[in-house]
Design a protein around this ligand. Structure first.
Ligand code: SF4
Ligand code: SF4
Length: 174
């Protein structure tokens, strides 16, 4: 499935949340952003290589293989203002390898604000980098938490609906 499908699915996921769930999602996303910021700071010497190679990782790729629905949930939740620009980029989605559709004006830099990047874009380096292993782990942990939040959402809703039906709560409610 392509990125256009993931984009629609991500929007739908966010729209389906109630006020409390939105608060929880934002808290999870802020943790991911903080983890991305820490990784970016610690990885400055490594990122200098990325500048030198002019972001080879963003070129000649299938963006849908790199960017997931969860990445789009993260970005849309934190930066709703980029939604229109993303939608415009998605009109260029193709099934053939190309430079990433999210490169601004087709050349770069990346359309997304600093520290609001898809997981794989931020954690990938040319080789294993022990110096930032812990920081990479924290970013990955944040995205796992975001996925779990949505996976267990139906269960949490059921337990909320069932709670008033339990004998103890009936008694409490008079
Ligand atoms: S990870 Fe390596 S190939 Fe990718 S942008 Fe950085 S230096 Fe270039
Ligand atoms: S989303 Fe941004 S960082 Fe990731 S591949 Fe596309 S242009 Fe590069």
């Amino acid at each position: 499935m392509g990125l256009t499908y993931s984009f629609r699915a991500a929007r739908k996921r966010i729209e389906g949340l109630d006020a409390d769930e939105r608060k929880t999602l934002l808290a999870i996303c802020r943790d991911i952003q903080d983890a991305q910021e820490t990784l970016t700071k610690k990885g400055i010497p490594l990122l200098a290589n990325c500048m030198a190679c002019q972001g080879l990782c963003c070129r000649n790729i299938h963006p849908a293989d790199i960017i997931t629905e969860w990445d789009l949930v993260y970005i849309l939740a934190m930066a709703p203002a980029v939604e229109d620009a993303m939608a415009t980029c998605l009109t260029r989605e193709s099934f053939f390898p190309s430079d990433c559709i999210f490169l601004e004006n087709g050349t770069g830099p990346c359309l997304f604000p600093d520290n609001l990047r898809p997981e794989r874009c931020i954690i990938s380096f040319c080789r294993v980098e022990p110096s930032v292993e812990k920081e990479i782990g924290r970013v990955m942990g944040g995205f796992s938490r975001l996925i779990r939040f949505f996976m267990f959402r139906p269960l949490r809703r059921w337990s909320r609906w069932l709670k008033p039906l339990t004998p103890a709560s009936r008694h409490t409610n008079g």
